[in-house]
Design a protein around this ligand. Structure first.
Ligand code: F6P
Length: 322
């Protein structure tokens, strides 16, 4: 293998740049030429590529976002778009591809690999941490820390004014981010898409906290909760109680910012593992973290396996919220 390429696809997150740096430098250390594809699948279809060297990735380990840029590209679901992508790869003599993406992008990667027989390795990333087959996706740790820092500040106002705050975090239709954030910021409640929301029970729980002497309450709401968004839930709470809740939607700040030390190191490990896998003849595999070890699993597990929320963390959240 003499030349490989790399792209980042889907929603950006912290940890992409340390991972890009690792892929580039591992390839170069093995005497392999490395091509960076801009703007994910969009850039591959449009043939936007650059030759990368060690200096292309200098000074990026601490940067959020992706220096290669990213995109959501529904067109890549069409076989014709993948044909175009494949012929661009072929023309450049690219013999292997590393795709850093979430489950949607990795599904596209798998289809491309099947259509072309191109050796391809996926690396999981998303602040939602919902990629199947891996305990960890790049960006999650930083997003958790960003949300916790914000909620610690909201707590100051909640306490000073003896208020209830509903804080909505991202996660699409999964509650990994919300659960981790709720535990880390000592939330009095957490609403998750995986657990049916009972507003009456939530009000009773908040009331118990108040009677126990708590002066403020924070409820973390996952954006995909079945009871609606944080504003709708706030309305339902005020309809059923004497609370006058305030709402804060954290939004895209959770996707940005400098990667945490953990995301930098994990990005480095994931990137090196992907290049090593290509060099040892692997294909259609996902780099995964399982029980603290970096390993390879079948790529299709990324979207076929549904990860369960950890039962022990759910129980912990219930006990600590009192
Ligand atoms: O998957 C990451 C994520 O940030 C989700 O948490 C969120 O629902 C979604 O992407 C937002 O997508 P977009 O960037 O397309 O608005």
């Amino acid at each position: 293998m003499k030349r490989i390429a790399l792209l980042t696809s889907g929603g950006d997150c912290p940890g992409l740049n340390p991972c890009i740096r690792s892929v580039v430098r591992t390839a170069l250390a093995n005497g392999i030429e490395i091509i960076g594809i801009h703007r994910g699948w969009r850039g591959l279809i449009d043939n936007e590529m650059e030759h990368m060297d060690a200096r292309s990735v200098a000074g990026i380990v601490n940067l959020g976002g992706t220096v290669l840029r990213s995109s959501r590209c529904p067109e890549f679901r069409e076989p014709e778009a993948r044909e175009k992508a494949a012929s661009n790869l072929l023309e450049r003599g690219i013999e292997g591809l590393v795709v850093i993406g979430g489950d949607g992008s990795l599904n596209g990667a798998s289809k491309l690999a099947r259509q072309t027989n191109l050796p391809l390795i996926g690396i999981p990333k998303t602040i939602d941490n919902d990629v199947g087959g891996t305990d960890y996706a790049l960006g999650f740790d930083t997003a958790v820390n960003t949300a916790v820092e914000a909620i610690d500040k909201i707590r100051d106002t909640a306490t000073s004014h003896e208020r209830l705050f509903l804080v909505e975090v991202m996660g699409r239709n999964r509650g990994f981010l919300a659960l981790q954030v709720a535990l880390a910021c000592g939330a009095e409640g957490v609403l998750l898409p995986e657990v049916p929301t009972d507003i009456t029970a939530l009000c009773a729980q908040l009331e118990r906290c108040r009677e126990a002497g708590k002066v403020s309450s924070i409820v973390v709401v996952a954006e995909g909760d079945d009871a609606g968004n944080a504003y709708e839930i706030a309305q339902k709470i005020s309809d059923q109680s004497d609370y006058d809740p305030r709402v804060s939607v954290l939004g895209y700040i959770q996707r940005g910012g400098a990667p945490s030390a953990a995301d930098r190191v994990q990005g480095g490990l994931f990137g090196k593992t992907a290049v090593d896998a290509l060099l040892s003849g692997e294909s259609s595999k996902l780099v995964a973290s399982r029980n603290g070890q970096v390993t390879l699993v079948e790529l299709e597990v990324a979207w076929k396996e549904t990860r369960e929320l950890p039962e022990d963390l759910l129980e912990l959240a219930r006990i600590l919220a009192s």
